[in-house]
Design a protein around this ligand. Structure first.
Ligand code: 5AD
Ligand code: SF4
Length: 509
């Protein structure tokens, strides 16, 4: 009987990619994937520390699997990722049944450590060095361990993939744990990125998303006077046969250079979408966050994006209720969101993280109910803008890479085969829902937008294979009512729990 692994992933796209790589390594070592924890010999939790809520979810999942481990003591339970790197002792204290604690930079060792845990019955730890534990070079090396062999069966969809271009972060925003959980910022060699993208394209991958905490600060120093920047990487990827779309997240406002914007404008494969978190619309708050820019500079950057890349869509992140955020400072954030016409915004309530500068220096002094109210108020302003932005597209044609059935997909018989509701994204990253045959999944189709909500464009396929002749999507009032239930429809670029169907827990071939 082959061994089986069950894996749950919370957190950002880095974690989704890490889980894919762990699954691929385990697959190579003979494991099958199971979506039932009770059936698995190995239970893995890839974790996130950005907010307390994400950590609570992991501790409760660990509590849920404790009886499985008691019933089948040979089961190995592992905690991977950011929490493992940050809280190894606490994890063992709160969940003594955990056998494996593996930090973000050591994940390539998972197969070996699982065997060791089985053989010895002893808990296994693999962690990278703390930022102050050694010289920069040694710390950097301890965060880079993954062999980027890719396995399309380990991905939620074979035609989309993440590619890491940068490790870690050196910005040290005062609220954020990432610089300590993912270590120093390091840009990968452009040849390695190109080789990986070429390998992925060879596996049938049409869209890649380059990921880095501050991806637009990517810069590889060749050591001989040459430097490769993100715009250069995008130009190389544009020439890779089979790749149709290249996206990149997440951007740091201060590092948004004109050469990158020109690359976004000129390269046919590059998606016309920029995620550039502002975090706050108030200079004093930005200063306490140590974001290194003022609201005026952010606004100028936004104007430059729109001037250099006509039609570009921009999204942002905001933290509400950060230490010392007064009603007046919050109103400045409201004003920024009102004016900026973001495609969408990911809004988070501040969560104090032990070990960060903000936790050390400032009191978490905005009460929870005020954070909640500010969150809702900001979301309402954003949603009104999103709706206006979406409605302005009614009547336009968009190119959609079809990702799969929509959340409410229901098969219906139609002339020429089954027709279901499909979902995909436009070149400007708008979510587009329309009817078509399941054969369209993984293809790019042209859709005319007929209707729009704050979260979704609705349309019909106008050309291409699989069009159900005469089949138009009819908007209905029930749909609009149902929409509120699953809002927000956008997964936050660097902070989301993948929806159940996208969790890496699909059966491997
Ligand atoms: N509390 C709340 N939100 C946070 N983020 C990062 N750290 C925190 C925190 N301590 C948000 C930021 C970031 C996104 C990924 O998560 O908005 O852009
Ligand atoms: Fe780095 Fe982003 Fe965290 Fe700031 S918020 S420290 S840029 S990961």
């Amino acid at each position: 009987m082959p061994r089986t692994v069950y894996i749950e992933t919370v957190g950002c796209q880095m974690n989704v990619l890490d889980s894919e790589l762990v699954v691929a390594a385990l697959h190579k070592a003979g494991y099958q994937i199971s979506d039932q924890p009770a059936d698995a010999d190995l239970l893995l939790f890839n974790t996130c520390s950005v907010r307390e809520h994400a950590e609570d979810k992991v501790y409760s999942a660990l509590g849920r699997v404790a009886p499985l481990k008691r019933a089948k003591p040979g089961t190995v339970v592992g905690v991977l990722g950011c929490m493992a790197q940050k809280d190894q002792e606490l994890i063992r204290k709160r969940a003594p049944h955990v056998d494996l604690v593996v930090g973000t930079g050591q994940l390539a060792r998972v197969p070996e450590l699982v065997e060791k845990a089985r053989e010895t019955g002893q808990p296994q730890y693999a962690l990278s060095l703390g930022r102050a534990d050694a010289g920069r070079h040694a710390v950097e090396a301890s965060f880079v361990s993954f062999d980027p062999a890719r396995d399309s069966a380990a991905r939620p969809t074979p035609f989309q993939a993440f590619v890491r271009v940068q490790f870690g972060c050196d910005k040290f925003c005062t609220y954020c744990v990432v610089p300590s959980t993912r270590g120093p910022e390091q840009s990968r060699h452009p040849d390695h990125i190109l080789a990986e993208a070429t390998q992925l394209a060879g596996q049938g991958c049409k869209e890649i998303t380059l990921i880095g905490q501050t991806v637009n600060s990517y810069e590889f120093d060749h050591g001989d006077g040459r430097r490769t920047r993100l715009a250069d990487v995008l130009a190389k990827l544009d020439a890779v046969t089979g790749l149709e779309r290249v996206r990149f997240v997440t951007n740091f406002p201060k590092d948004m250079t004109d050469d990158l914007l020109q690359a976004v404008r000129d390269l046919k494969t590059v998606v016309k979408y920029l995620h550039v978190p502002a975090q706050s619309g108030c200079d004093e708050v930005l200063k306490r966050m140590k974001r290194l820019y003022t609201v005026g500079e952010y606004r100028d950057m936004l104007a430059r994006c729109r001037e250099l890349v006509p039609g570009v869509s921009v999204s942002s992140d905001f933290i509400v209720g950060f230490c010392g955020e007064t009603e007046a400072s919050f109103q400045k954030t409201m004003e920024l969101v009102r004016e900026a016409r973001f495609k969408n915004s990911f809004i988070f309530k501040y969560s104090e993280r032990p070990g960060t500068k903000a936790a050390e220096r400032y009191a978490d002094d905005v009460p929870e109910d005020v954070k909640k109210r500010r969150n809702n108020d900001l979301l309402a302003v954003q949603n009104a803008n999103s709706l206006a932005d979406h409605r302005a597209q009614i009547g336009q044609m968009v190119e959609v890479l079809v990702e799969g059935p929509s959340k409410r997909a229901q098969g219906r018989a139609a002339a020429g085969g089954e027709v279901i509701q499909l979902t995909g994204r436009s070149m400007a990253d708008h979510i587009v829902v329309f009817d078509g045959t399941p054969r369209l999944v993984g293809n790019t189709v042209r859709v005319r937008v007929d209707d729009a909500s704050a979260f979704t464009l609705y349309g019909r396929v106008v050309t291409g294979e699989g069009t159900a002749a005469g089949f138009a999507y009819t908007p209905d009032s029930a749909r609009a009512a149902a929409e509120g239930e699953d809002a927000p429809a956008y997964p936050a670029p660097l902070d989301f729990a993948p929806p159940a169907e996208k969790r890496i827990g699909l059966p491997l071939a």
